[in-house]
Design a protein around this ligand. Structure first.
Ligand SMILES: Cc1ncc(COP(=O)(O)O)c(C=O)c1O
Length: 381
């Protein structure tokens, strides 16, 4: 089913419990039992669905249920929500429990989670190189597409062919290409995850993670594990995320078009900051045919600049006005980050940019204008 803005707003109507148009924030951790149905607990008491009675908020609570109902519809597959993107990634590794994980150089937090699991279970972590020679049945292959921090894509169809030929599973972290930019199932994924903190949340005010699978039974197993791992998003965060879903389509489309316009401008005026900007990296600058096909709704709103020196990086992030110097991405406000500040493995001359919802021409003036000032020597310490 294609992404639908109607579903982002009405997908959870059947779970309305009161007449409020904005769903209430339920702060209770516990819910009164129904006196008409007094039964001893069974193993399945921990199995919560959106039709179950509320018992205890670690199993399920009203706004987490609403979220999952909407997300299941817009992500086109049974979906489970978590307290953060890394909690979601952890849940996938616990559920699949692969002997071997193939992992690219990706968001450093996912690499750290894989190392923890490897320490506990002995799971081997392998790079993606020569996947076709090494990948076997039972392996899990993690792809991050578009990749963080460059915002560039890899050919998912090509990977899917190799992974499925070997009988392995393909996990796509699609955080940088949320709907409606694409439906990741169309490119061979077996599991799709998102850091919901980013475009689903969209306001830099909540943490969340999202896992979509192909089979409701698997989603139920994930929910059962989540009950005991204690990683359901809390009540306020669930409410905030639900609120954010209502505007997701227009936010993501505008962020995508703002970013593409900004990258296009920077690339076509590069001669104005030739001794500052060494390279600009974004999917819109990739020439391969699969790139556009893989992002039919628009390019992701994150791109990177490689500058010539660390001093230039520091000057840039100190002097932009609309682009605030902070980590993270996906919010309404544009952010810029000297990536070395949060990723110990990042190239020291790398600037990551998350494009927000401001006016595109104002963003161009701020970023390109600051680069030009550095080029001319107008900005110094
Ligand atoms: C691609 C990607 N995956 C996963 C995560 C982790 O998400 P969270 O910060 O919500 O735990 C991030 C965070 O930046 C990310 O960029």
């Amino acid at each position: 089913m294609p992404f639908s803005s109607t579903a982002t707003i009405h997908g959870d109507d059947r779970l309305n419990r009161v007449s409020d148009v904005a769903p209430p924030i339920n702060v209770s951790t516990t819910f009164r039992y129904d006196d008409e149905h007094l039964e001893p607990a069974t193993i399945s008491t921990g199995t919560h669905t959106s039709d179950s009675p509320m018992i205890y908020s670690r199993l399920g609570h009203p706004n987490a249920d609403r979220l999952e109902v909407v997300l299941t519809e817009i992500l086109d597959g049974p979906t489970v929500v978590y307290a953060s993107g890394l909690a979601a990634y952890h849940a996938i590794l616990i559920h699949v429990n692969p002997k071997r994980l193939f992992q690219p150089h990706c968001y450093h937090g996912c690499e750290a989670v894989a190392k923890i699991i490897s320490r506990i279970s002995g799971m081997e972590i392998l790079p993606l190189e020569n996947l076709e020679d090494k990948c076997q049945s039972g392996d899990l292959v993690h792809l991050e597409d578009p990749g963080n921090p460059y915002g560039e894509v890899v050919n998912l169809d090509e990977f899917a062919e190799k992974i499925h030929r070997a009988g392995a599973l393909m996990l796509v972290d699609s955080t940088l290409a949320p709907p409606p930019l694409r439906n990741t199932w169309e490119f061979g994924a077996d599991i799709v995850m998102h850091s919901g903190t980013k475009y689903f949340g969209g306001h830099s005010d909540l943490l969340s993670g999202i896992v979509s699978v192909r089979d409701e039974k698997v989603a139920q197993q994930l929910r059962n594990d989540r009950t005991y791992l204690g990683t359901i998003p809390a009540s306020l965060e669930s409410y905030l995320l639900l609120r954010s879903l209502r505007t997701m389509e227009i936010r993501v489309l505008k962020q995508s078009s703002n970013c593409t316009r900004l990258v296009e401008y920077l690339a076509s005026h590069k001669d104005r900051y030739n001794s500052v900007v060494k390279d600009i990296r974004h999917a819109s600058l990739q020439k391969e045919e699969f790139v556009k096909k893989q992002l039919p709704g628009g390019y992701g709103p994150v791109f990177s600049l490689l500058l010539f020196s660390q001093e230039q990086c520091k000057l840039l992030v100190k002097n932009t006005v609309l682009f605030q110097h902070a980590t993270s991405l996906g919010g309404a406000e544009s952010l810029i980050e000297w990536r070395a500040m949060s990723d110990p493995f990042a190239n020291r001359n790398l600037i990551r940019v998350s494009v927000g919802l401001e006016n595109a021409e104002d963003l161009i003036e701020d970023l390109a204008g600051t680069l030009e000032k550095i080029e001319k020597g107008d900005l110094t310490w």
